[in-house]
Design a protein around this ligand. Structure first.
Ligand SMILES: C[S@@+](CC[C@H](N)C(=O)[O-])C[C@H]1O[C@@H](n2cnc3c(N)ncnc32)[C@H](O)[C@@H]1O
Length: 216
């Protein structure tokens, strides 16, 4: 065990890195585990990782051959897919922040390889222009505690639904403690007119709202 990891059982150890998009980011060792946090939110490898794991459990991952992740962060969902679910097929991950792409690689060992393609770009533009389809799409785009408004718009979801294969599912991490948000409620209503099944899970891990869209 590294000295930092060992000491973190006695007291949390944090280093900070400035990001143009998310303000001050914190990489914290606590009780032997490393986390990526923004000022008010856990971005990767903590509660967020558990929340997305719950989402994946609601899907039929065995039938999935390709995954698109919008909002790669430190890559904790990539770790979950590989370690907990033994998923070793294709993953395409989109992340707007080059500082975070670098943190994913240097701090958490998540970098491009034969099965992981990382695009450092805006997820909205990617979804608007991309033509490939995926069997599972995970939407986890946050700036600190909020999902930017554009990802709650019907236009974005019209673009996104084109990228879902005919048997594909979508996991949308929609809110932290704000599920009654009018924009989210409106979006849920819209999605129900577009897709076979829309399941809304509130207070996942006591905090987040996950929306899971399922194909027939
Ligand atoms: C909660 S973190 C993602 C955590 C990640 N899914 C994981 O498994 O560790 C949210 C991420 O969304 C990214 N983000 C915010 N706006 C974005 C955008 N317009 N396009 C792409 N990524 C964006 C942030 O930089 C941040 O890394």
């Amino acid at each position: 065990m590294k000295p930092t990891q060992l000491l973190s059982y006695i007291y949390p150890m944090t280093k900070t890195i400035a990001s143009k998009y998310s303000g001050i980011l914190e990489i914290t060792w606590h009780n032997g585990k490393k986390y990526l946090n923004s000022k008010n939110a856990n971005y990767s490898y903590g509660s967020l990782q558990k929340i997305l794991k719950f989402g994946i459990e609601q899907t039929k991952l065995k039938k999935v051959n390709s995954i698109l992740i919008l909002g790669m962060g430190g890559g904790s969902v990539v770790e979950t897919l590989r370690k907990d679910f033994k998923y070793n097929k294709s993953i395409t991950a989109i992340e707007i922040d080059p500082v975070i792409v670098d943190i994913a690689s240097t701090e958490f060992g998540i970098s491009e390889d034969e099965h992981l393609h990382i695009h450092c770009t805006d997820a909205y533009s990617f979804v608007k222009t991309n033509k490939e389809q995926y069997d599972l799409i995970i939407v986890d785009v946050f700036i600190d505690l909020s999902v930017p408004d554009q990802f709650l718009s019907e236009t974005f979801w019209d673009f996104l639904l084109r990228l879902k294969s005919s048997r594909g599912d979508i996991i949308f991490n929609a809110a932290v403690k704000d599920s009654k948000n009018e924009n989210i409620q409106q979006l849920i209503g819209y999605l129900k007119t577009k897709i076979y099944k829309v399941d809304v899970y509130e207070n996942v891990n006591d905090t987040n709202t996950l929306i899971i869209l399922k194909s027939l």
